[in-house]
Design a binder for this molecule. Structure first.
Ligand SMILES: *Cc1c(COP(=O)(O)O)cnc(C)c1O
Length: 355
């Protein structure tokens, strides 16, 4: 027997893990600086770690009420009802729930190029097809309603990323509204805010007060340092929020993840340190690296190194792991995640030697 025709599908290329790279290079994992996956260089929120440890002896039972508690807490923060918070196994899981809830076989979606690979993957898993709109280097990766609407052709979901990975650019709230207005009533404009904590711009969840065709994606993987736990959510309009109950996997987010998420939301000191460190690192990278860079509203900087693959491979031999953006369609660049002060300085020193 065979699986269904998966020839259109591509495997997700995650940034490589420290252990994997260390083994391959024969280096000590402690000597490596991993700045390739936009993880939190300070580690996980300490309050989340406490919550995880405290709950460990109880994981033999099915999840209890913490998912409801977390949905309520997040609903308060975003000014929506708990039903509008679709918890999931990471932001990626929430993307899948939106695909499940919205896509009929043959529907299409509109994704940014360059952009986050999982939008297209999720749509294809759900029997959708994929069209693209450009975010152009010639415009310094500026995002505009005009470009999106120029490429729009009745797609069911339009993915917008703000701040955008891997370029760091943002889309204005007015442009999101223009896109929502300029697309069909049955088209969802999804604003992926995976990095919004690092930006000066506020979240766009308040757009849902007046609209049934905008949703927002959020994650605990980046600013809260919980990437390995897999916790994210979509905030969806009230009008169709009840679809969640009919499409979600039972226990969509684990009890451990929900308890850690609740604790992380309380850890204001950690969030503050995270934002301060990322702001420092962004400025340091942009001021010090010997190549052109773009302004970023995320926890990473896109750097024009000339040959992304060669530079990323050479840096890796020196123990510095950065993301070659060739798979994003930007072969001339690498993306450097904001590290600790020490890690960032070492990374820039190594890269400057190579440049
Ligand atoms: C990291 C990221 C996500 C979500 O990641 P999860 O770990 O699945 O929560 C979503 N969108 C973008 C653009 C990202 O970079």
């Amino acid at each position: 027997m065979h699986p269904r025709d998966l020839s259109d599908h591509v495997a997700y290329e995650a940034g490589r893990g420290i252990e994997e790279v260390a083994r391959e290079l024969g280096l000590d994992p402690d000597d490596l600086v991993k700045l390739s996956s936009n993880e939190n260089a300070l580690g996980p929120a300490p309050k989340a770690v406490e919550a995880i440890e405290a709950y460990a002896p109880s994981v033999h039972t099915y999840p209890k009420s913490s998912a409801a508690d977390l949905r309520e807490r997040l609903a308060d923060r975003h000014g929506v009802t708990p039903a509008q918070v679709w918890l999931a196994n990471g932001g990626d899981g929430a993307l899948d729930y939106l695909s499940r809830a919205l896509l009929e076989p043959g529907d299409s979606v509109l994704v940014p190029d360059p952009g986050f690979a999982y939008y297209a993957m999720s749509a294809r898993y759900h029997h959708g097809s994929v069209n693209e709109y450009p975010i152009r280097r010639a415009d310094d990766f500026e995002q505009s309603a005009e470009t999106v609407l120029d490429h729009y052709d009745g797609e069911r979901i339009v993915y917008l990323t703000s701040p955008h990975n891997p370029t760091g650019s943002e889309i204005d709230r007015a442009d999101v509204e223009t896109i929502a207005e300029g697309t069909a009533e049955e088209t969802l404009s999804l604003v992926d805010e995976a990095y919004v904590e690092f930006s000066e711009s506020p979240s766009m969840t308040d757009l849902l007060a007046d609209r049934e065709d905008v949703a927002v994606l959020r994650t605990f993987s980046k600013a809260y340092g919980l990437a390995g736990l897999r916790l994210g959510y979509a905030v969806v309009p009230e009008a169709w929020a009840d679809a969640y109950a009919r499409i979600n996997t039972p226990f969509a987010a684990s009890e451990v993840a929900c308890r850690a998420g609740l604790a992380a939301l309380e850890d204001e000191e950690f969030l503050e340190q995270t934002l301060e460190t990322a702001a420092w690192a962004k400025e340091y990278i942009r001021d010090t690296i010997a190549c052109p860079t773009w302004a970023s509203s995320g926890n990473f900087v896109l750097c024009d190194v000339g040959d992304g693959t060669a530079v990323a491979e050479a840096a890796q031999r020196e123990g510095i792991i950065v993301r070659d953006t060739t798979s994003f369609g930007l072969p001339g660049c690498v993306r450097i995640t904001c590290g600790t002060r020490q890690g960032t300085k070492r990374a820039v020193a190594v890269l400057n030697d190579l440049l």
